[in-house]
Design a protein around this ligand. Sequence first.
Ligand SMILES: Nc1ncnc2c1ncn2[C@@H]1O[C@H](COP(=O)(O)OP(=O)(O)OP(=O)(O)O)[C@@H](O)[C@H]1O
Ligand code: SF4
Ligand SMILES: [Mg+2]
Length: 334
Amino acid sequence: MTDGAPRANPVPLAELKRMTKRFRSSGQEVVACRDINLQITKGESLGIVGESGSGKSTLIRILQLLIPPTEGQVYFEGTDLTRLSARRLRTFRKKIQFVAQDPYGSLFPNLTIGQNIAEPLEIHGVGDRRSRRELAAELMETVGLSLYNFHSFPHELSGGQQQRVAIARALALYPQMIVLDEAVSSLDVSIQAQILNLLQGLKEERELTYVFVSHNLAVIRLMCEQTAVMYLGRIVEQGETERLFTAPSHPYTRALISAIPAFTEDGVTPLGKSVQFVTGVSGSKQGGQGCAYHPRCPFATSRCREETPELRTLESAHQVACHYAETMADSVLQ
Ligand SMILES: Nc1ncnc2c1ncn2[C@@H]1O[C@H](COP(=O)(O)OP(=O)(O)OP(=O)(O)O)[C@@H](O)[C@H]1O
Ligand code: SF4
Ligand SMILES: [Mg+2]
């Protein structure tokens, strides 16, 4: 490239294009994800937030192609995973690993810790028995587990230790991306901090990219450079995490952020008005006319009831689906 020439945009590590996922449940259609466009850049972790049922887990399952989208494409390093044969998909699967909320449930109870960590290597035919054992031992040290536990069983470990085993397992195949669905939420606060520290260290050491689903916005702010906010299956705001936290431009993001507890001299208090969470919204309400957030939005106008806001770019790749996003960005959080 000559000096001063514009750099070509690098291929995103992972990308969803116009991705929609519908489920049928009790004879009704639920649109879990609707027309999602998302890019994940290598080395820039993405946080996904939104209330229960907003489609976060469905989105990350599709990102790993554990389930196929109903419409749209799923790319990893520029390859459309939805078009791959099962054999080629297996190769890509090695590059994307998953850490679940419940560490005990994600481990094999009848295998020792060493065997649990070596299991993905065995499944993918990596190395021989001896080299797999050696790598499992190395990984135990990497995640701060004592080798004393190599022959222990999962039930003999604490929740924090079990989550370290799950992380070691996820690292075994040298993935590029690790998807974590509420991976620290079942742990005590002090153990959460230790696991988050471990993940941050691993990110730097191994040049990992995380996709982090969490109800805890403080965790997202700490861990992720980019954040996407979901509401009823749509992304309603996305962009740089610090920008979203300091200048949230969708009323729903503002409500989420104003509900984060703050530490004050009087104890823990919300920063502003708290948000009412609703769950289990039916599919028929999702697809209605206008902005899906309008029944709850304090700023809704007649336009909001009639016209669905598109996700549009404000500046610096900050995208918001609200007719009045510019006004929201300029007003102060209360
Ligand atoms: N396999 C399925 N069959 C039918 N409906 C499903 C299925 N999986 C998810 N859904 C529905 O899709 C919607 C989104 O679910 P999803 O699990 O992605 O939400 P979530 O944001 O991860 O919620 P939570 O924070 O509670 O984990 C919900 O209405 C859910 O009931
Ligand atoms: S489009 Fe209207 S209802 Fe929807 S979030 Fe913006 S102001 Fe609220
Ligand atoms: Mg979920």
